[in-house]
Structures are given as C-alpha cells and as structure tokens.
Design a protein around this ligand. Structure first.
Ligand code: SF4
Length: 363
C-alpha cells in the first residue's frame, strides 16, 4: 500500500475484523501504548469492530498527560520571569497547574511562545541574546533526538542563553510498572510504532519473556491497529509471547542508530515521576553532567519543587489501563476540554479528550 486512505479501507478493515473473530476463543485485554493509537481507535470505532471478547485499554503514551503537575508549576514559575522567553509545544499551554496554566501566564504578559521544534527555540535564542530561552522538553523517545540535538548545537556554537526544562519519559519501564502492578489487566501490548522507529524493539524481548506477554510493534492507521490486534490475539490464542513487528514499513529491529547516539550523548537515564502513576525507576531522561549548564531546573533553582496531584482526577488509573474515561465522575460535566481538570482531557492525544470528542453523545 502507498497512500494513507488505503490504510483506512473499510472493506479491508471488515475482512481483518472477520479474521480476528475467527481466531478468538477467549477474552483478552490488550493495551495500546500510544495516545495517537488511542485517538485512531476511538475516532474510527476500531474497538467496536472487534469481537466482544477483546477489550482495548488505553496506555500511558501521551507525553502531555504523563508530565507531572510539579513540572507544569516549574514551567509556570520560569515562564513568569521577565527575562525569559518560554517555548513549548502548543498542547502544554493549556495543561492546568495549581492556579493557572501557561496560557494565562502569556495573557498576563509573559513571553510564552508556541514552537514546532526545539530547533525553533534555538533560533529564538540566537536572535535574543539578552534573554533566557527555555524549551519545555517533554515526551517519549520519539522527541528526545531533536531535543538532544538542540542542546548539542547550543553547546557546540556557544549559545549559553538556551536551556531545557526536561521531563522526558521512557516506554519500556512504564510497561514493566503496569505489568508488575497488582491491579494489572493487560495481557498483550500494541507497542508505539514511532518510539520503535527511533529505539528499535530489542528492549522489549526481556519484557515479553519475563511477563509472558506478546508485544506487537504497531502503526497508527486503522488497518495497522487491526493487524496489530490480530497478531497479538493470535499469539495469545497459541500460547506464545513474542515481539513482532506489524509496522515494518517504518520500524527496523535496531531502530535509528544515529538518533540513539545523540540521545545517549546528551541524556542519561534517571528516575522519573509520571503523572498519576508516581515515580518509576530508570524511566526518564535527564541531561548528562557535561550538559548540566543547559538544565533549566538548575539554572532557575526550581529542581526541588514537589507537589501532590488532585484526588478528583483519575487519569493515573486511565493511563494504567485500570479505568476508562467515562468511568470518571467528572467526565463531560465538571471536566471538559474547555475546563479540563486533568491532563488527559487537555492533550490532543489524551484518552479523555478522545472519548469526549468522539464518544460524548453516545455516552
Ligand atoms: S475526565 Fe477529567 S478529571 Fe476525569 S480523569 Fe479525565 S482528565 Fe481527569
């Protein structure tokens, strides 16, 4: 197939669903890792096409959603400074902090700018030598290479008015945390294709082996997801737990080696707190000591800030596949995209936003 609409072909999807029906004999719970996959599932009604025995639960792969509240507060504190130009992807601006969000800081006169790449922020740093330029570096392994490259370029060119507020997270430790939890329901994973395009998928072999779960690297179009579910269910029905690659048009087993190299040069593995989940050991990236001067937390003295999440929002349970968005009492009432209580309603990749956008009327 060549064009995106071919991956959305209804006849092919029906055939795939029928094949899945044919091989399914027991109930199975699968988790799609990525928020992009969650949106495709809810938007195209893929979960409604599956045999009744198969349940899809939504994973932690939405970078905005898992960024802890304390990092939103750190961002707000830094962005409120008159000497700072604070740069971020657009989604982060509406994530609520304790009393306001970054958009409010902007409305109050803070210089908060939406950029599409950390390299845009680097350009702003070059153009504004009298200002401190801070980029909010969130996300998984997918966004880490560009963020690492921005720091590397700043270091190489002597641009010292640039820094990163880093809240990077890693997928494999989160999968292990979900599988180790006493409330775990997940029996198989659809791994995030774009993360594997960078990192490859050899990291998943020990997880599949240790927890006896099939892991299928999966793309983002409806037929990708249906095929990923089929491959996962086939393994479960046959009593296998292997790592398979549905997304072979984009993912190689070893991943993108130059991208991995720049990540490892600039970042080291650190413990990281996940919103609603808590701290997971070795689940994040932080700047290596060599690049410590580009660490905005150190530069602006906000490294020690900690705070508790709201007890009303159950996004932590949603991100672990324990609950669905409509099981939250605040869903579509107290919490809407216009007045979000939690990050899974704000982010374009958040599960609550997906259910609100595509399922609100039915619910
Ligand atoms: S509906 Fe709102 S309050 Fe409930 S889990 Fe989702 S983001 Fe949190």
């Amino acid at each position: 197939m060549k064009f995106v609409d071919e991956y959305r072909n209804p006849e092919a999807a029906s055939l795939c669903a029928a094949a899945l029906e044919h091989i399914t004999t027991k109930p199975w719970t699968l988790m799609e890792i990525c928020g992009g996959q969650t949106h495709a599932i809810v938007k195209f009604g893929i979960d409604e096409l599956l045999p009744r025995q198969i349940e899809l639960v939504h994973g932690p792969g939405c970078p905005v959603c898992v960024t802890p509240l304390e990092y939103i507060e750190k961002a707000i504190e830094i962005a409120s400074r008159p000497d700072v130009i604070f740069c971020s992807f657009g989604d982060m601006l509406r994530v609520p902090g304790i009393s306001k969000d970054l958009l409010t800081v902007k409305a109050e006169g803070g210089d908060v700018r939406i950029v599409y790449s950390p390299l845009d922020a680097l350009k702003i740093a070059g153009e504004n030598p009298g200002k401190e330029i801070v980029f909010f570096a969130v996300g998984f392994e997918t966004t880490a290479p560009a963020n690492a490259m921005a720091v590397f370029q700043a270091y190489r060119t002597g641009l010292r008015n640039f820094s990163l507020l880093v809240s990077h997270v890693l997928v494999p430790p989160a999968m292990e945390a979900i599988l180790s939890s006493p409330s775990n329901r997940v029996q198989g994973f659809l791994a995030a294709g774009h993360v594997c395009a960078v990192m490859g998928y050899t990291e998943y072999f020990p997880i599949a082996e240790r927890y006896h779960v099939p892991i299928v690297v999966t793309g983002f179009e409806p037929l990708d997801i249906l095929q990923g579910v089929y491959m996962c269910v086939r393994q479960l029905e046959e009593g296998r737990w292997e790592v398979e690659n549905q997304y072979s048009r984009a993912v190689r087993k070893e991943g993108n080696l130059p991208a991995q190299q720049i990540i490892h040069d600039v970042f080291g593995v650190v413990p990281r707190k996940w919103r609603g989940v808590g701290e997971i050991p070795r689940s994040g990236l932080g700047l290596q000591e060599k690049y410590a001067e580009f660490d905005a937390e150190r530069r602006f003295g906000v490294a020690d800030h900690t705070m508790e999440e709201s007890t009303k929002c159950i996004s932590g349970l949603i991100l672990q596949g324990v609950k669905k968005p409509h099981e939250c009492e605040a869903f579509a009432g107290e919490c809407t995209p216009e007045h979000p209580l939690g990050a899974t309603m704000v982010s374009s990749e958040g599960a609550c936003a997906a259910y609100y956008r595509y399922r609100k009327i039915k619910l």
